[in-house]
Design a protein around this ligand. Structure first.
Ligand code: 1CP
Length: 359
């Protein structure tokens, strides 16, 4: 399926180019390119998921990783929030640990917990368990992306992957972690092994993004969710070169780079090679724009808990966020982190309507 044709081009390239052309004039892609837009585009991190009753119904009896490897389910779950909210982009339904599972790492996504790794990463020998990812490892991704771009037409599909630091945290800790203590102990204590680990993870991550791009996604988001645990100097020394290698390898589509609690890292994350820097809710967008500097768009940053507040408060905060976003060369409206499972979908629908109506 992924071999080369006689003229040396990948057989997926015609469909990929058609999808890219269909979405080029969308508000989302234009905002990523810092071009004028008819309205501020909006989508939500974790827009597919437990907040939607139709998602809960579809997922019933199917485990998370099973769902992620079943193209029909991936396609339907990805489309659900686009239908319901009329958002300006879809995000491919998967998880940051899917590529690790695909190359053979023994892990599971435990309901109510998150990714759990059977044998955490400890020594140099563990590097052997992290081979490069090829398209043959994830045929269900190629299949689902192709089906989705056909269904979505002019609505862009965002591909994504976990950045090397955040993936390393799950591998080293063995599961979700608050302080990332074992991860940091490895990073500061065995810098050569750390660098080798992040190099392997960068190769896996860019392989996973490349599969999605070659199948037709219009943009990618690199999630470094937990890198806000580091001071800027250590981010630059231990993490940024690896994230930069990933981002440089996918420069043929707009690249969004996001993490939580990254107020001190925004400039350096932009310099890692992002076109769009994702901002969490702790930093006002107008300040974020100053920190990031010129030549970048921004994405964010309504507090995901804010949609539990009264309607008029939500409306005011949406307007504030839009206003602050005007300081940026391009603004993609989003939450400051993922949709919480308890969120009322109607509250998100109202946010989309407010963003599209503008000030
Ligand atoms: O059974 C379930 O429904 C499990 C819940 C769930 C879902 C719906 C998990 C487990 N992952 C997902 C899907 C998912 N994961 C998406 C869906 C696409 C969309 O946005 O609509 C995305 C983008 C992710 C990416 C992801 N997974 C990140 C980065 C984004 C972020 O939230 O910062 C991270 C850190 C993960 C790990 C993960 N997977 C699942 C959970 C509960 C977690 C977090 C665990 C932790 O706190 O460390």
């Amino acid at each position: 399926m992924v071999g080369m044709t006689a003229d040396g081009s990948a057989p997926t390239s015609a469909a990929r180019n058609a999808a890219r052309t269909a979405t080029r004039e969308s508000a989302f892609v234009k905002a990523c390119h810092r071009e004028p837009v008819p309205h501020t585009p909006v989508w939500f991190m974790r827009q597919a998921g437990r907040a939607l009753p139709e998602y809960r119904a579809l997922r019933e009896g199917t485990e998370m990783l099973q769902a992620c490897t079943t193209p029909d389910l991936v396609t339907e779950i990805t489309l659900q929030p686009v239908r319901r909210y009329g958002v300006d982009a879809a995000i491919f339904f998967s998880d940051i640990v899917v590529p690790l599972k695909a190359i053979g790492v023994d892990l599971d996504i435990v309901p109510g917990v998150g990714p759990v790794v059977a044998q955490p990463f400890r020594t140099e020998q563990d590097l052997d368990r992290l081979p490069a990812l090829t398209p043959e490892h994830v045929p269900y991704v190629t299949e689902a992306v192709q089906a989705l771009t056909g269904e979505l037409g002019a609505t862009p599909l965002i591909g994504f992957a976990g950045a090397p630091f955040t993936l390393a945290s799950y591998l080293v800790e063995g599961g979700p972690s608050k302080n990332h203590a074992a991860t940091k102990a490895l990073m500061y204590g065995q810098p050569a092994l750390w660098s080798a680990l992040l190099d392997r993870l960068a190769t896996i991550t860019l392989g996973f993004l490349r599969v999605q791009i070659d199948a037709g996604v219009s943009a990618v988001q690199l999630f470094d969710s937990w890198v806000g645990a580091l001071p800027a100097a250590d981010y630059r020394a231990y993490v940024q070169p690896h994230s930069a290698r990933v981002l440089a390898a996918v420069a043929d589509v707009p690249r969004i780079h996001f993490g939580v609690g990254t107020g001190e890292l925004l400039h350096d994350m932009g310099q890692a090679g992002a076109d769009v820097v994702g901002v969490d809710w702790r930093v006002p967008l107008s300040d974020a724009v100053q920190r990031i500097g010129p030549g970048k768009a921004v994405q964010g940053n309504l507090d995901p808990t804010l949609v539990f507040a009264p309607e008029e408060v939500v409306a005011r905060k949406v307007r504030e966020t839009l206003e602050q976003g005007r300081a940026a060369e391009g603004h993609v409206f989003n939450l400051g982190h993922g949709v919480l499972p308890e969120t009322d979908p109607d509250a998100l629908l109202r946010v989309v309507e407010l963003v599209h109506a503008g000030l």
